[in-house]
Design a protein around this ligand. Structure first.
Ligand code: C2E
Ligand code: MG
Ligand code: MG
Length: 827
């Protein structure tokens, strides 16, 4: 249904009115025509009368002239009697008769004129005898006769001419009157026609005015209403009370206006709704022209991003420079094809100066005249982005230290940066030597602090672009991109140096020490894939070589590892087949050099490799879970040997046996010890169990319980390698130990500085204060021995006195009463 649909039935009022108006307009025309016709008729009859009168006039004139001719010719005939005059006279008489007949015959003669004509005719007729006389006049008549006849003749004829002259005058008056009448009639006709025209025009104007009133006014109203409607006003409803086409038009207009208003309202409502949606939408819409200027921006974008769509600013100025290429690429993808869309994520400059992450969907609406641009649907994804970043960060970082984790390292190795200068990447792999001790002794909170601190130190020691990774536990790594082996070694050294400084944890001073492995891609068959494993292996070997060392990866380590596995197998076999032996190192009284006791040390002579050091096979046994059996075996051997020496009549000495920390986890250990003592017949008092410091001070209740039960057996307990575990001496008071073995590292310091070491002195003083015995380990020089003796250190052990030896050599010493392998007494 269209707005201006034709209606099937129409009122014909207007048409009728036009017809009536046309007819009305005809009336003045008819009037003019009528007046003109009447005037014409009148003029014509008046002209006829005038014409008749004028003809009469001519004939009267002619009659007059002919009568006069008769008079003149008669007079001449009377004088001459010539025949010519006679003929002329007769012709003139005939002409007078003819004219008089015509005059009588010509209508219309007034009654007066008829009377005049009749008198003139009668006079003419009366002159007939005289005229006949004249006509018959013979020449040469007496003159007096001639005169008398002539007089009579002239007088008669003058009478006739007088009559005719009167008639002529009368007729002249009539002609003049007729002329005047005709002229008057013409004027009257003209005036009548003029009046008729005037009346007609007035009537036509009146009719047209009326028509215009009935047609133009509604049309004008319609026009005005249309104008108002066009301007968006619809205040007035057009009158439709009449029953004509214009009322129909008004009705159509009203209905159209209603519908338009209705639609406008719907459009307004929709617009308001849209505006409200747009206003409150979290997403924004941008329209960007083909030239890249912003031509429209929703309020949220205007407020949040300060984008001003009136100034036609360039979108490029609002996009983060690093993301611009991304956006340009997305723009390029939609550029060519109408309706094409693409997406991009970019940072937009927020009104507060920060960068917000937005996701934009671009749609090409350049061809759509209503839009004429590329539409950007923009969603602020900053929170999501932040959350994702956080998740990604969490997935790729160690929460404790904030360093990268193994996964990030793996990813970096999967996609290493293109390296211009050096194609080599190196990896440092660190493991702290004593972390477990820190954790056990100072608690986990301190352990965490330790890890954070050492992580920070490592990060400080390397370049900012190097990736510092916490692999897990106390293992760290540093990925040195584009770094060859030599620089990597230097970096490793810097890390070691940075770690060396003591740090204070919970009022305790701790000296971190780490074993460090280095692997470099391209060196020793290391590839990106094997980099981590190789560096780890190098670290493992560094640790094996001695704590706090750095070791670069060597391809042979891989086979060494295989060998390690083989070695473990061999150790198992050796243990089962009793292929291990025990060496004994004397513990000497510094005062007199006599043997106060021995330390039993396991020895393994590998059938192929020869002697395998305990530092290799003891950790291996721990790893393989063989240590309990190994220690039990050594304990049995040592106790048996001690008993054998006593049985052989030698002075009884205390035998010290090393117990692994893992043994302490075995609650049966006291029973095992008691069993062995019973089995070998050794008194508990002659047995000493050595526990390394870190094990000794472990906070585990189970471990303490085991220690206490061992103590209750009557055996002695000593703390081995004292000084490396950072325990405060005061804490030892609560532990069931009666002997300290000062670690070789402290004794070593005495080597070149005879002036003495405050550390050893302190340990000695404290131990004495606690009533504990002290054994100085690893005494290698007489200077060390002398120093220790001077400081009232009672016992010492070391190569200076004797290396670990076989039981026979100890027996010899005991017999000689000296703690040295040779007979010569040292101290
Ligand atoms: P440890 O218990 O501290 O033993 C002393 C170590 O220092 C021995 O090394 C000994 O040979 C060495 N030593 C003694 N005096 C000197 C010296 O003057 N200079 C130098 N350079 N070294 C000296 P060894 O026998 O190689 O044993 C190493 C470690 O292996 C032992 O350290 C102990 O912790 C462990 N160990 C040895 N045997 C056993 C065992 O049967 N069971 C357990 N659990 N551990 C054992
Ligand atoms: Mg020991
Ligand atoms: Mg020791």
């Amino acid at each position: 249904m269209t707005l201006f649909q034709a209606r099937p039935r129409r009122s014909r009022k207007l048409r009728t009115r036009f017809r009536v108006a046309s007819l009305v307009l005809l009336a003045p025309l008819v009037a003019v025509a009528g007046v003109s016709a009447v005037a014409l008729g009148l003029t014509r009859s008046s002209a006829q009368s005038l014409d008749n009168a004028e003809q009469q006039d001519q004939h009267i004139e002619a009659a007059y002239r002919h009568v006069d001719d008769v008079r003149v010719l008669g007079a001449a005939l009377l004088a001459t009697g010539a025949d010519d005059e006679r003929a002329g006279l007769l012709a003139a008489e005939a002409a007078v008769d003819r004219e008089l007949r015509i005059i009588v015959a010509l209508p219309p003669l007034t009654a007066a004129q008829q009377a005049l004509v009749a008198r003139a005719e009668s006079d003419w007729q009366s002159s007939a005898p005289l005229r006949q006389q004249v006509a018959a006049w013979a020449p040469k008549q007496p003159l007096d006769l001639v005169a008398s006849v002539e007089d009579a003749f002239t007088s008669a004829l003058k009478g006739v001419t007088g009559r005719i002259d009167t008639l002529r005058a009368d007729n002249g008056i009539a002609v003049a009157a007729l002329r005047d009448a005709s002229a008057g009639l013409q004027t009257t006709s003209l005036v009548a026609v003029g009046i008729a025209l005037l009346v007609g025009i007035v009537a036509a104007l009146a009719v047209s005015a009326r028509l215009s009133r009935t047609i133009l006014r509604p049309v004008e109203r319609l026009h005005a209403a249309t104008d108002r409607l066009a301007n968006g006003e619809h205040t007035e409803v057009l009158a439709t009370d009449r029953d004509d086409e214009l009322a129909g038009l008004a009705r159509a207009f009203n209905s159209m206006a209603d519908r338009l208003v209705e639609r406008q309202r719907a459009v307004d409502l929709r617009e308001r709704r849209l505006a409200a949606l747009v206003e409150n939408a979290s997403d924004g819409i941008l329209v960007v022209s083909a030239e890249g200027t912003v031509v429209f921006a929703t309020p949220s974008l205007r407020h949040e991003f300060g984008i001003d769509d009136k100034q036609s600013e360039s979108l490029a100025e609002r996009v983060h420079p690093d993301d611009l290429e991304n956006v340009i690429r997305a723009w390029g993808r939609v550029g060519a094809e109408p309706g094409a869309s693409s997406q991009a994520e970019a940072r937009l400059l927020h009104a507060d100066g920060s960068w917000r992450h937005v996701w934009a969907k671009l749609t090409n609406r350049l061809a759509d005249p209503a839009v004429a641009g590329v539409v950007f649907n923009i969603t602020d994804v900053s929170e999501r982005h932040e959350y994702e970043q956080q998740l990604t960060w969490q997935a790729l970082h160690d929460p404790l230290t904030g360093l990268a984790n193994r996964e990030l390292l793996r990813r970096r190795l999967e996609h290493p940066p293109a390296t211009g200068t050096s194609p080599k990447h190196s990896l440092l792999y660190l493991d702290f030597d004593d972390f477990k001790r820190v954790n056990d002794r100072l608690g986990h909170a301190s352990g965490d602090s330790f890890l954070k601190e050492v992580g920070a130190r490592i990060a400080q020691a390397v370049r900012p672009q190097d990736l510092v990774v916490r692999i897990g536990g106390d293992e760290f790594a540093v990925l040195l991109e584009a770094t060859a082996a030599r620089q990597a070694a230097r970096a490793a050294q810097r890390v070691v140096t940075a770690l060396q400084a003591a740090l204070t944890l919970d009022d305790h001073e701790v000296r971190p020490s780490a074993s460090l492995g280095i692997a470099t891609v391209g060196v020793e068959s290391t590839t990106l894939e094997t980099l981590i494993g190789d560096a780890d292996l190098a670290m493992y070997f560094a640790k094996r070589r001695g704590k706090g060392t750095v070791h670069a990866f060597e391809a042979s380590m891989r086979t060494d590892l295989v060998e390690q596995v083989q070695l473990g197998e061999d150790l198992r076999v050796a243990l089962e087949s009793g292929a291990l032996t025990v060496a004994y190192q004397p513990v000497v009284r510094l005062a007199d050099g006599t043997v106060a006791g021995v330390e039993a040390l396991a020895r393994w002579e590998h059938p192929v490799r020869g002697a395998v050091p305990p530092l290799t096979f003891i950790p291996l046994a721990e790893q393989l879970g063989l240590i309990g059996r190994l220690d039990e075996w050594v304990l049995r051997q040592a106790c048996g040997q001690a008993r054998a020496w006593t049985d052989a009549g030698l002075p009884p000495i205390r035998v010290a046996v090393n117990i692994s920390g893992r043994d302490l986890a075995n609650a049966d250990l006291p029973d095992v010890v008691r069993g062995i003592l019973a089995e070998t017949g050794l008194e508990a008092d002659w047995l000493e169990l050595e526990l390394t410091e870190s094990v000794a001070i472990a906070e585990s209740d189970d471990g303490r319980g085991v220690m206490q039960r061992l103590k209750d057996l009557g055996v002695h307990l000593s703390i081995d390698d004292f000084g490396t575990g950072y325990s405060a001496l005061g804490r030892l008071r609560s532990l069931p130990f009666d002997r300290l073995k000062v670690d070789k590292a402290f004794v070593d310091e005495l080597r070149d500085t005879p002036g003495g070491s405050t550390l050893v002195e302190t340990i000695l003083e404290m131990a004495q204060a606690l009533g504990m015995e002290v054994v100085a380990e690893g005494v290698e020089t007489p200077v060390q021995a002398a120093f220790l003796r001077e400081r009232s250190c009672e016992l010492a052990q070391g190569f200076y006195f004797s290396r670990p030896v076989e039981p026979g050599a100890i027996e010899a010493m005991l017999r000689l009463g000296t703690g040295t392998a040779t007979a010569s007494a040292r101290p």
